[in-house]
Structures are given as structure tokens and as C-alpha cells.
Write a protein that binds this ligand. Sequence first.
Ligand code: PLP
Length: 396
Amino acid sequence: MFNKQRLLTPGPTPLPESVRLALARDMIHHRKSDFENIMFSVQDRLHELFGTSSPVLPLACSGTGAMTAAVYSLFRPGETVLVVNAGKFGERWGEIARSRGLKVVILDVEWGQAVEPQKIADMLAARPDISAVLLQLCETSTGVLQPVREIAAIVAKTDALLVVDGISAVGISPCPMDEWKIDCLLTGSQKGLMLPPGLALIALSPRAWQKAESMSPGCFYFNLPRERDSLKKGQTLFTTPVNLIFGLQASLDILLEKGLRDVYAKQWAMTMLVRAGARAIGLEMLAKNDYSWGVTAISLPEGIDGGKLLQVAREKYGVCMAGGQDRLKGKIVRIGHMGWVDWSDCLAALYAIDRSLQLVGGYSAARDYLETAMAAYNLALAGQPGVLPDSAQVRS
Ligand SMILES: *Cc1c(COP(=O)(O)O)cnc(C)c1O
């Protein structure tokens, strides 16, 4: 039977119509003034998205490319970095750093937990040779939001740089780069930015630029100082993915129309909806207290085959969600509720999970979970005192 397909994964995310239409435009030349003017106007708005006055450089690559650019532009082989490994993407920082010949000190965190900032403070104090801390703002594989604001306050008092993978957090929950004192913030196009994959964005603080300029980049393609020089002319070092920049214009129109605070409030309310609904079905969340505002990881009851459940949800109910990776494979469902996703998509996801649980494992939930979910959403949207966390109170 015909079903509308809903894409509720933590990347890629669905595309708004205005973005799709922008992507369909014919090519223009990336070294001519029409394009340069677009780049300048996009740049102004990227400062707002990242909360920085530093240049925000577009790179033609997936998010991992920007992670690579950060490591190869900021560190020389032989330097030591501290990697917070709280899941699949933390692991990736370690792999990239080793490929650059860095010495990697791993701070292992149990999957589903956030890192304790004090542990980072202790490690930096014990190891003055550590030249940077690398972590995720949102560890997408577990749905955990790391306390980056507190960590940044700690790292800023040392000589170490703080490098933050914000791929599943920029445009989803607050991360004002300058105010928090983040030295490198990066993201990819296919998560909160509601674009197809293929474009990444990266910004460096003044002290990170100093470091980048003091060395020769380890990679020909990712040369951030030369990218910055090109951006001054409204260009990129190599051929720009022109249509993704058109799309970015359209997505920034949506994200900044009423201000980022509005976007974050919607993200927060959807998070409340999903968590309350899943709990009312009788399920537990993997991340208990420090959770993402764009992806919720839900633990499945013992004996449920997560792969089968996802297949039923997709084929029978038209809702495409993500499973667990690695040691969480088959054990969790991750609902991506970032980007062009709203409350009704989230209700569809909850319904699909409930029905699929019954088909796959014979579970039957209390029937009022959709009501419970909507009540949590409306309460969060109304901005009840204490409901919006402090970190949401960013300047608009
Ligand atoms: C999606 C994601 C990545 C990987 O991005 P690609 O675009 O697939 O290279 C890295 N880190 C985080 C936190 C992510 O969510």
C-alpha cells in the first residue's frame, strides 16, 4: 500500500521545498561576481549560525572531511591530543588523529553517558603536553549531548585548543562559538542544515588561526589559511559545490527567519515530545540526563530484534529511523528529529515504534502515549519555567 515515507534519521534529514527548488537552479560560475555576492551574504548569516565573528569556511566534503581538515591544519605529527571517546564518532576523532601521526590520549566514557568536565581538567593538569581536546557536542551514536560549555571554560584557561565536532548539533541546540570559547567548530550539511550531504562548514578562533598559520598544513586539499584567503574574495580554494551554496542560502532563510532561539525552542519541544512518548510506551532512553535536542536513542526491550523492528517501521508504516552502531547494534532505535522535522513526524515515529514492537515482539503499550507526548511538547513550547534548560537562554 502507498505510504508517505518519512526520513527520521540523524542525517540525512528531509529537505524543505524551498531548499529543493534552490538546489534545482542552473549553474553559475563560481569565480564571477554573481556567485561571490551570494557567498558574502551567506557568510554574514553563517556568523550568526556559529555565534562567531571568525570566518566560517565552506568545504566540499562530508562532515568527516571537516574533521580531517581540523586535525591536519591544527596539529603537527608527534603532538599529543586528548580525545573524548563516548561513542562511534569519538572513536573517529582518534582514528583521524592517528592518521596524522598524533599521539592520542583517550578518555573513555561509557556509551550513553556524558563526559565529566572535571576529568578533562584533571587530565590537562596532569599532562601539560596535551595540545588539544577533541570531542563531539552531540555524540550521534548514543544521543548524548556533551557539556561543552563547561568543558570550554576549563580548556580556555590552558594552552590547549578545544576542537568540537558539532555535526549533529549546529542549528539544533545552542553552541555559540565565541561566547563559549570554542577554538574550532565544524558541521556538515545533511543534519540540522536540511541540505543534501556534500558540504561542510568550519570556523577557527583567533588562537586556533595563530596555530594554523604557524605550520604548513598536512594536506593539499584541506588548506584552511588558503581557504580563508579565497573567502575574502567570496570564493573557495577549489570548485565550490555551487548548488549546495544555493541550498544553504534557502536553509539559512528558514533557520534565521525568526531567530535561532526559535529553532532551538522547537528542537527542545520535539525532544520532550519524543522522550515523554517513548516513556509512555514503556521504553527507556539511552541518554538519561545529558541528551541531544536532535536525536533520541531509545533502548529496546530484551529479546527484541532492532533490525527487524526498523524494517517493519519502514516498510509497514513508512518511517525510516536509525539503529545502533557497533556494540549497540540491534539494541536501540534512534529517532532523528533534526532539521525539517516537526511534531507530527515525531508522533508518526512513536506510533511506528509502538506498532512494530507489537508485531515483532508482541508488546502492547498503554494507549495514551500520543496524548502524553503532545502534552509534553505543548508544555515545552509554552516555555514553562524550568522546562527550558539554561543552555537554551542564548542571545537572540
Ligand atoms: C554524521 C556525523 C559525522 C559524520 O559525518 P559524515 O558527513 O558522514 O562524514 C561525524 N560526527 C557526528 C557527530 C555526526 O553526527
